[in-house]
Design a binder for this molecule. Structure first.
Ligand SMILES: NC(=O)c1ccc[n+]([C@@H]2O[C@H](COP(=O)([O-])OP(=O)(O)OC[C@H]3O[C@@H](n4cnc5c(N)ncnc54)[C@H](OP(=O)(O)O)[C@@H]3O)[C@@H](O)[C@H]2O)c1
Length: 312
């Protein structure tokens, strides 16, 4: 398993991580099996959020109930969670009270006394950088949070936070799959008249911004066609060419198409992490196998074109 060190911290993390957004209705045995398989395949980093589940902190609590981690088992895992989405509305809230109270509730649900990485989940239009900084300082000084990051943020939103926040922003979790690849595809087709792919939807150059500032990009929904509308893997009606290329490269590299889809992300020199959402242990193993596969440049671009992106 290839690893990345989150800049400015001593957190060494696998480049494939286990997202636990979909475990609310899973049994203890299923959750234990999923996490055990992940660990056996080098995935010792889990991604949570306060909002995951049908009620706040539900997936965090299911994980803790099922795993019953001892303190040494807890220390072997890197636990990331997120805050800032208020479902009653919905709206976004980066106030001091919301950030600190959400972390306290996550700590209770997760049955731990520290969170390794805390992400601000979705940009709050009413953000006050000084308030975020006050919350981060309190959480850092109290030992409740080791490192901080963001999710779905544009370059300028991160710059704004950095006017007050002193801790490094270690990660930006962004949507990225072969078929929903705007953070990569826009740059490939920049300056092309009349092409939708040229239109910026991330505030402009978020991937390059993260590389320039040592912010690890974490790719969420790595197999979804677009936004929670099913996976492109095996969908030959919509993506026949892409599935042909995935199958061919899977045979060449002794992987499954799942592993090739992961390798397409991990091959990128930005050193991204892939945030899996599957609850099927064998799919976690298939995905982990794509952690460090040397796809050639020609193969990487062939997958990109087969997924429907323009190479002008
Ligand atoms: N920061 C954000 O705003 C944000 C937003 C969304 C998600 N996330 C994070 O990203 C993680 C991944 O998101 P996601 O679950 O949408 O991503 P995903 O890994 O692309 O999709 C997983 C879903 O696809 C299903 N699936 C069907 N066939 C599959 C196949 N062949 N291979 C893999 N999965 C298949 C899985 O079902 P089975 O479970 O039955 O395998 C599961 O329901 C989440 O757990 C969460 O941690 C973050």
């Amino acid at each position: 398993m290839k690893t990345v060190t989150l800049a400015g911290t001593d957190i060494v993390a696998p480049n494939v991580v286990l997202g636990l957004m979909r475990i609310a209705d899973k049994s203890d045995d299923q959750i234990q099996d999923l996490v055990r398989t992940a660990r056996d395949n080098g995935v010792d980093f889990v991604d949570h959020a306060a909002i995951y589940g049908t009620e706040m902190h539900q997936c965090e609590a299911r994980f803790a109930e099922a795993m019953q981690l001892t303190s040494s088992q807890r220390a072997e895992l890197t636990i990331q969670t997120k805050c800032g989405i208020v479902p009653d509305g919905p709206y976004f809230d980066y106030s001091y009270e919301e950030i600190t109270s959400s972390v306290d509730a996550s700590l209770r649900a997760l049955r731990t006394d520290y969170i390794d990485v805390l992400l601000l989940h979705r940009p709050d239009a009413l953000v006050e950088p000084d308030e975020v900084a006050r919350a981060f300082d309190q959480l850092s000084a109290s030992g409740k949070v080791r490192a901080f990051g963001v999710s779905n943020h544009t370059p300028r939103q991160i710059d704004l936070l950095r006017t007050s926040v002193t801790q490094p922003i270690v990660a930006n979790q962004l949507q990225l799959s072969l078929t929903q690849a705007s953070i990569i595809a826009q740059g490939v087709a920049s300056n092309m008249p009349g092409q939708d792919q040229s239109i910026t939807s991330d505030g402009g150059g978020i991937l390059d911004y993260c590389r320039l500032h040592d912010i690890t990009v974490q790719a969420w929904s790595p197999f979804q066609k677009k936004f929670f509308d099913g996976v492109f893997l095996g969908d030959r009606d919509t993506y026949p060419e892409l599935n042909d290329v995935l199958d061919r490269l899977a045979a060449k590299y002794d992987l499954t198409p799942t592993g090739v889809a992961v390798a397409w992300i991990t091959r990128h020199p930005a050193q991204m992490q892939v945030v899996l959402g599957t609850t099927t242990p064998s799919r976690v193993a298939d995905a982990a196998a794509g952690s460090d596969v040397p796809l050639t440049r020609a193969e990487w671009y062939e997958l990109f074109r087969a997924a429907g992106h323009l190479v002008p």
